[in-house]
Design a binder for this molecule. Sequence first.
Ligand code: HEM
Length: 182
Amino acid sequence: MSDPAPLHPYPDALRPDGTPAPHPLLTPVLGLLGTWTGSGRGGYPTLDDTFAYAQEITFSHDGRPFLHYASRAWLLDADGNPLRPSARESGWWRLQPEGRVEALITQPTGVAEIAVGRAADGAIDLATHEVALTSTAKQVDATRRRYTLTDADTLTFEHDLAAVGQPLQHHLSARFRRRGEG
Ligand code: HEM
């Protein structure tokens, strides 16, 4: 008789040289695979102060031409200690020919973004195609996200935001190091 609760037979891979082999369309984003941790600073004209935060990001794949993306951030106090949980999001980056990316990203704040862009030469640039909001979400009109691999183990991130009546402008910048496995 078969096991009623079998392990998933197709676990996600966090490395380009793991199993399953990445789909060829993932070639322009292979450098992102894995878990990244780092910290950054953010702000917005509507906020009294800028803030410091830490963040963990994971990109994985299951052999098909999309990445699973998950991010969790937490705010830091002036001494760099955790203050409280902050933004979370997760989604799917669908890779198309010539490094074109279609990303679907959802947040627990009631925001669902579809972003489009391109991955090339270690940089991924995504801009909003459409935003859907739940009835209680804050107004978010657009974002722009730029990820840059400055070397194999270092990732930088810039995030611009058009929201709550403000035009597109800086919300976040961060720098991450690849977290070793095991
Ligand atoms: C690492 C990721 C992020 C961090 C650490 C972060 C942090 C913050 C913080 C600290 C605030 C001030 C309110 C509060 O204390 O919670 C804020 C406000 C806000 N953030 Fe972010 N955020 C992140 C990502 C995003 C993303 C991806 C979006 C939109 C797609 C976004 C949209 C907003 C909006 C709309 C506000 C409200 C501004 C206002 O009402 O004045 N944030 N964020």
